[in-house]
Design a protein around this ligand. Structure first.
Ligand SMILES: NC(=O)c1ccc[n+]([C@@H]2O[C@H](COP(=O)([O-])OP(=O)(O)OC[C@H]3O[C@@H](n4cnc5c(N)ncnc54)[C@H](O)[C@@H]3O)[C@@H](O)[C@H]2O)c1
Length: 301
């Protein structure tokens, strides 16, 4: 099969592209290398892929000869209030609308990255997909808008609500990456709030498996949580990484960040029943893999 992967130079998109190539598929890798973090890091992620530099918010996407679209390009991160918001609108809502438009004309399936952020402070945990979405960040609102757009287009689409993804190549603004960077440089780590907030952390290999299965097997219009089995607090994650690396860390606390929820915990029964997917990588093992990557990266810059 020949698939377009948008956001192919990003954290998750690059793993997905590698897995598709490994599975014998052709990948049209699309990314405009935004400067949200160092584009050199994205070029490194995309090494081995033939990258098409297209800004999806304004350039057209040629879908001739393509069998499906994985749409992962976007502007991530919940710190999306104020001046940042136009970027979220452009890179999430506008870019996605244009991808949906092209896919709808070509009659193609789109599997796209939504987020656990659409739930906000959810009314129950573990949170099933039927929960009323009440995002508390503008980012979550743009992701919810993408889901609604897919519906409005009547698109053959699958929305995947990813829950805090981690692993090698994790974005430098994300917590585990910041912890690894602090551990390698012997520095301190700044945590928003008390650190008691908890997450359904999901290993990127598990996320890739769910995403590929969704393209192949999910019914049109499906919406699935893609979340890890182990819920842990941020402080527990710090302690685990200290133990794995054998290095101590100085933790400093900042004010709680606006838009950051207190808890996420995925109910994955829907995707388990439909696709037979469930998270396989326990947090401790996933963190060992991530630490191996982060420490090797420093050893061979
Ligand atoms: N990482 C997580 O924990 C997580 C959780 C929930 C949802 N998501 C979603 O998954 C997707 C991938 O996240 P990630 O962590 O890999 O982020 P990332 O920033 O590493 O990757 C996104 C990529 O999209 C590209 N991009 C952005 N706007 C573009 C545009 N207009 N045209 C072309 N390319 C563009 C960026 O250059 C970047 O390489 C995003 O849509 C994100 O919102 C991520």
């Amino acid at each position: 099969m020949r698939y377009v992967v948008t956001g192919a130079a990003g954290f998750i998109g690059s793993h997905l592209s590698d897995a598709l190539v490994e599975g014998g598929h052709d990948v049209v890798a699309v990314d405009c290398l935004t400067d949200y973090y160092d584009p050199a890091e994205k070029e490194e992620n995309a090494r081995g892929l033939d990258l098409l530099r297209i800004d999806l918010a304004e350039e057209s996407l040629d879908l001739d000869g393509v069998d499906g679209v994985f749409h992962l390009a976007g502007q991530p991160g919940v710190r999306s209030f104020g001046e940042a918001f136009p970027l979220y609108l452009r890179r999430n809502v506008l870019a996605t609308q244009r991808v949906f438009d092209a896919a709808s004309t070509a009659g193609l399936r789109v599997v796209f990255a939504s987020s656990s952020s659409i739930y906000g402070e959810a009314e129950r945990y573990p949170t099933p997909e039927g929960t009323v979405p009440e995002p508390i960040s503008p980012y979550g609102i743009t992701k919810l808008a993408c889901e609604q757009l897919a519906r409005a287009y009547g698109l053959d689409s699958v929305a995947l609500r990813y829950f805090t993804v981690y692993g090698p190549r994790q974005r430098p603004d994300m917590l585990f990456r910041r912890i690894c960077d602090a551990l390698t440089s012997g520095g301190t780590i700044e945590i928003y709030g008390t650190g008691e907030q908890s997450r359904s952390f999901t290993e990127v290999g598990d996320v890739v498996d769910a995403t590929i299965a969704a393209m192949a097997e999910a019914p049109a219009g499906a919406v699935y949580n893609v979340g890890g089995g182990d819920e842990a607090s941020l402080l527990e994650a710090v302690a685990l990484l200290e133990e794995i690396s054998g290095r101590p860390l100085d933790v400093r606390h900042l004010d709680r960040a606006r838009g950051d929820v207190r808890r996420t915990q995925a109910d994955v029964s829907r995707i388990r029943d439909a696709l037979g997917w469930e998270p396989r990588v326990p947090l401790a093992r996933g963190l060992e893999r991530m630490w191996a990557w982060a420490s090797a990266r420093v050893a061979t810059p």
